[in-house]
Design a protein around this ligand. Structure first.
Ligand SMILES: CCC/C=C/C(=O)SCCNC(=O)CCNC(=O)[C@H](O)C(C)(C)COP(=O)([O-])OP(=O)([O-])OC[C@H]1O[C@@H](n2cnc3c(N)ncnc32)[C@H](O)[C@@H]1OP(=O)([O-])[O-]
Length: 754
C-alpha cells in the first residue's frame, strides 16, 4: 500500500481523517453512538479506504452504518480521491446486519439507502472481501461497483436461517447479477459459497491469494475515471428465460418440501420472483413488504434466539461453580476409541478428521477388519464431500486394549451395558498413563458409577454422541459429581475440534435429551392406547415441524434399544394381564413397545415395527393393518374404549410432557439454562429450528397456558407423573412469565463448592 497523506494516525499506517469539528457534528448527529465504526484513510493519494471496525465480525450496527455514510460522503467530496475501497478490520469484511439490534429500537441510517448511496456514487467503489461477506455484508458488496475476494473468503446470504430474507436489496440484485436459478439456490438455502465458486458465479470480479485490500486498492486505481454505467447492478435488466415459471414452481415445491413449516424460505422465493416481474424500484418495495412480515414473525424471533443459544452453550457452567472461562482444557494429541461398532466407527472418523492420532481398538479380529474397511470408506466419502485430505494414516487399529497405554484421552464406545463398561473402565484405569481422560459414549448410564471403577474418578466424563457420530453436530458432555473442571473443559474442547456443538450437562438418567424423551414417548404410547394410530400421532408431530414423528424415529433407531433398558429396569413383565399390566410403581405404564418386541418387531431392521417396510432394512414406512388390528385387540383386552383424539390434544400431551421434564431438568441443575436444552433438542432430536427449541416454544406459547394445560391433563390422568407441573414452571408463571433470558434468575442455585 502507498503512503497515507493525512494526519491523525489511529492504527499503524491507516490514517483516520476526522477533525474535531467533524467529530462534534457526528456526535451530535448520532447522539449516544460511542464511536464511528468505519474509519477513513487515504492510500496512494487517490484511493479513499473505508474500514469497517466492529469486532468480531464487523456487523453493520447503527454506528457502523453511520460511519459508512459519513465516510462515503467524505470520499465523494474530496477532489483528490478518485476511487474508494471498502474493507473490514481484522481480515473480515462483514458478517451482515447486527442481529442483536433486531430486537431493539431502530437507530442510525437504514441499510437500503446506505447501499444506494454507494451504488449511485460517481467514483468507483470496490469491495475488498476477506474472511466473510454474509447477509447485509454481501448486500453491501453488491452495492459496490466491483468486488475482489480473498481465496479463503466465504460469501452468502444466510438471512433465511434467521427467519428473514436478504432485505437490503439482496433478492433484487443477486438474480440480476448471477441469474435466477443460482440466486434462488443461495438465497433459499443461506449456504456460504467459497471465493472460487463466487468467481465462477460472477458474484466477484477477482480472487486473490494475497491481501484483498491491497488488490482492491490497485484495482480501484486502475478503474478510476472509467464509466460506471455498466457496473450498477440495480440497473441490469431483469433476468428472463422461457422456463422461468417452471424454475420458480420447482423452487417453491422444493422449499415447501424441505422447510417443514418455516416461512422464510417460501418468502425468499416470492421476493426473488419480484426481481423478474417488477422493475427494480417496485421490486425493492416488494422486498421491503415481505421483509417486514418476516421481521416481526415468531419464527424470526425463534431462529435468532437459536443463533445466539448455539453460541451461548460454549460458555458453560456447573452447579459446583466450574466455568468455561476459569477451566483450562488440556491439549489432546492422541486419542483412543474402544469398541468399533456403529458409534465407535463414527467417533474414530470424527477424531481422525479433527487431526488427532487415533488408536482404534476392537478385540474381535473379524469385527476389527470389518470396522477398518467401514472406517476407510467413511473417511473417503467424507474427504470427497469436504474436499479435505484423507485421514487414513491418523488411525492405528489394534485387537488389544493395551494399545491405549500412551494416549491422552480414551472414548469407550462399547454396547450400552453397565457391567461391560465397568470392566473396561477398571482395565483402562490400570493401563493408561497417569492423567489420561477416560470418557464413555453412553446415552444415559451413570457416569459416576463408571468413575468409581477407576483410580482417578476426576478424569472421567461422559460423551454422548448421536448417530451417525461423524455426521451429527450434537455432543452432550456429561460431568459427574467428581469430574474435574479440567476434564469437562477438555471434553468440551474435543467436541469443538470435531466440529460438534458441545453442551455440558449433569449426570442423571438419560442426561438431558433422553430424559426428556421418556415422558414424550410415554404420551405417544398412551395416545395409541386411547384410540390414536402411529400415523396420526406422527402426522401431528411432523406438521409441527419435526423431521420425523415419534413412531418413525422409534422404528429407525430400533424398538429393542428401549426394550433392553426397560428390561434391565425390571419394567417388562411378559404375559401380565389385568390392571397390573398397565401399572408400574403406582404409575401408568404402556407395555405396547414391549409387546411389539416380543413379536420380533424391532422397527426398520426387521422390516416391521410401528409401521411395515418392504424388507428388513427398508426405509419407507407404510401403515400396517396388522398393527391396527393388534391395537384394537389390545384395547379390547384391557377394557379401553377408543375415542377420537384431536390434533391439539395429541400435540399438547406429547410436547408439554417433554417441556415439563425440561423445566424439571433446569430446576435440578442438570442443564445450566434453557438454551442448553433447546440446542440439544434442535441438533439431536429433530425439533424444528424455526420453533427455537422446546423451552423457547413454551415461552412463545405462554408459560401460564402451558401450565394450565398440564394441570388439566394431570387432573384427567393423575397417575401420569410426567404431566404434573414442575414447580419451576409454576414459579415462572406466577412471576408474570419473564422472558427466557431471565429464567436463570428463578432457578434455585445450588451452593458453590469453590
Ligand atoms: C435489512 C437487513 C437485511 C440484512 C440482514 C442480515 O444481514 S442478517 C445477518 C446475516 N449474517 C449472518 O447470518 C452471519 C451470522 N454469523 C455467522 O454466521 C458467524 O458468526 C460467522 C461465520 C460470521 C463467524 O463465525 P465464527 O465461528 O468465527 O464466530 P461466531 O459465530 O462464534 O461469532 C462470533 C461472535 O460474533 C457474534 N456475531 C456473529 N455474527 C453476528 C451478527 N451478524 N450480528 C451480531 N453478532 C454476530 C456471535 O454471536 C459471536 O458472539 P459471542 O458469542 O462471542 O458473544
Amino acid at each position: 500500500m502507498g503512503a497515507a497523506v493525512h494526519s491523525g494516525n489511529r492504527r499503524g499506517t491507516k490514517i483516520v481523517v476526522k477533525d474535531d469539528a467533524e467529530e462534534k457534528k457526528f456526535n451530535n448527529n448520532t447522539k449516544d453512538l460511542l464511536d464511528i465504526m468505519a474509519f477513513y484513510s487515504r492510500v496512494s493519494g487517490s484511493v479513499g479506504v473505508i474500514t469497517l471496525q466492529n469486532p468480531p465480525v464487523n456487523a453493520l450496527s447503527a454506528a457502523v452504518r453511520q460511519g459508512i455514510v459519513d465516510t462515503m460522503h467524505r470520499a465523494l467530496s474530496e477532489p483528490e480521491v478518485k476511487s474508494v475501497v471498502i474493507c473490514g478490520q481484522n481480515g473480515k469484511f462483514c458478517g451482515g446486519a447486527d442481529i442483536r439490534e433486531f430486537r431493539a429500537n431502530m437507530r442510525g441510517p437504514p441499510l437500503v439507502p446506505m447501499i444506494h448511496l454507494i451504488e449511485a456514487a460517481e467514483k468507483p467503489v470496490v469491495a475488498a472481501i476477506e474472511g466473510v461477506a454474509l447477509g447485509g455484508g454481501l448486500e453491501l458488496a453488491l452495492g459496490c461497483h466491483y468486488r475482489i475476494a480473498h481465496s479463503k473468503a466465504r460469501l452468502g446470504l444466510p438471512e433465511v436461517t434467521l427467519g428473514l430474507l436478504p432485505g437490503a436489496g439482496g433478492t433484487q440484485r443477486l438474480p440480476r447479477l448471477i441469474g435466477v436459478p443460482a440466486a434462488l439456490e443461495l438465497i433459499t438455502t443461506g449456504r456460504h459459497a467459497t471465493a472460487a465458486e463466487a468467481l465462477q458465479l460472477g458474484i466477484v470480479d477477482e480472487v486473490t491469494d494475497h491481501s484483498a485490500v491491497d488488490a482492491a486498492v490497485k484495482f480501484a486505481q486502475s478503474v478510476a475515471g472509467k464509466s460506471l454505467d455498466a457496473r450498477r447492478i440495480s440497473t441490469y435488466p431483469c433476468p428472463r428465460s422461457p422456463d422461468l415459471a417452471e424454475i420458480f414452481e420447482k423452487a417453491m415445491q422444493e422449499v415447501r418440501r424441505s422447510a417443514r413449516g418455516a416461512i422464510a424460505p417460501v418468502t425468499c422465493v416470492q421476493a426473488v420472483h419480484a426481481s423478474v416481474t417488477l422493475p427494480y424500484a417496485k421490486g425493492m418495495e416488494r422486498e421491503r413488504e415481505l421483509f417486514s412480515t418476516l421481521f416481526t414473525s415468531g419464527q424470526a424471533h425463534a431462529l435468532q434466539y437459536y443463533f445466539f443459544a448455539q453460541r451461548a452453550v460454549s460458555r458453560w457452567s456447573t452447579p459446583s461453580g466450574a466455568r468455561w472461562d476459569t477451566s483450562k482444557p488440556r491439549p489432546v494429541h492422541k486419542a483412543a476409541v474402544i469398541g468399533l461398532g456403529t458409534m465407535g466407527r463414527g467417533i474414530t472418523v470424527s477424531l481422525a478428521q479433527a487431526g488427532l492420532s487415533v488408536v482404534a481398538v476392537e478385540t474381535q479380529e473379524k469385527q476389527l477388519l470389518e470396522a477398518k474397511q467401514a472406517v476407510s470408506g467413511m473417511l473417503e466419502r467424507s474427504a470427497k464431500r469436504r474436499g479435505a485430505p484423507l485421514a487414513h494414516d491418523k488411525i492405528k487399529y489394534s485387537c488389544s486394549i493395551q494399545a491405549v497405554a500412551d494416549v491422552d484421552l480414551v472414548i469407550e464406545a462399547v454396547f450400552e451395558d453397565m457391567a461391560l463398561k465397568k470392566t473396561i473402565f477398571q482395565q483402562l484405569s490400570g493401563i493408561c498413563k497417569p492423567g489420561t481422560f477416560l470418557c464413555t459414549n453412553t446415552s444415559g448410564l451413570d457416569i459416576d458409577e463408571l468413575a468409581s471403577q477407576t483410580q482417578s474418578p476426576e478424569l472421567v466424563v461422559g460423551m454422548h454422541f448421536f448417530a451417525p457420530a461423524h455426521v451429527m453436530k450434537l455432543l452432550e458432555v456429561v460431568y459427574g459429581p467428581r469430574s474435574s473442571p479440567e476434564a469437562l473443559a477438555t471434553a468440551m474442547e474435543m467436541g469443538k475440534k470435531m466440529g460438534k456443538v458441545s453442551v455440558a450437562v449433569g449426570n442423571c438418567r438419560g442426561f438431558v435429551g433422553n430424559r426428556m424423551l421418556k415422558p414424550y414417548l410415554e404420551q405417544a404410547f398412551f395416545l395409541l392406547e386411547e384410540g390414536a394410530t402411529p400415523e396420526q400421532v406422527d402426522q401431528v408431530l411432523e406438521e409441527f415441524g419435526f423431521a420425523m414423528g415419534v413412531f418413525k424415529v422409534s422404528d429407525l433407531s430400533g424398538l429393542d434399544v428401549g426394550w433392553k433398558v426397560r428390561k434391565a429396569d425390571g419394567l417388562v413383565v411378559p404375559g401380565s394381564t389385568g390392571k397390573s399390566a398397565r401399572i408400574r410403581g403406582g404409575s401408568r405404564y404402556s407395555p405396547l413397545g414391549d409387546l411389539l418386541c416380543e413379536q420380533g418387531r424391532f422397527g426398520q431392521k426387521t422390516g416391521r415395527g410401528w409401521y411395515q417396510y418392504d424388507k428388513p432394512g427398508g426405509r419407507v414406512a407404510k401403515p400396517d393393518p396388522w398393527l391396527h388390528g393388534f391395537l384394537e385387540e389390545y384395547r379390547a383386552r384391557h377394557g379401553l374404549v377408543a375415542r377420537r383424539i384431536d390434533h391439539q390434544e395429541m400435540l399438547e400431551r406429547c410436547l408439554y410432557a417433554l417441556i415439563n421434564e425440561g423445566f424439571q431438568i433446569l430446576q435440578d441443575g442438570i442443564a445450566a439454562g434453557p438454551e442448553d436444552i433447546d440446542v440439544i433438542y434442535v441438533l439431536g432430536y429433530g425439533w424444528p429450528r424455526h420453533r427455537g427449541g422446546p423451552m423457547f416454544y413454551a415461552g412463545l406459547v405462554g408459560l401460564d397456558k402451558v401450565l394450565e394445560r398440564l394441570e388439566h391433563y394431570h387432573q384427567v390422568y393423575p397417575n401420569v407423573s410426567g404431566l404434573k407441573p414442575c414447580s419451576l414452571i409454576r414459579k415462572l408463571a406466577a412471576s408474570s412469565s419473564p422472558p427466557i433470558h431471565r429464567w436463570r434468575e428463578f432457578i434455585q442455585k445450588p451452593r458453590s463448592q469453590l
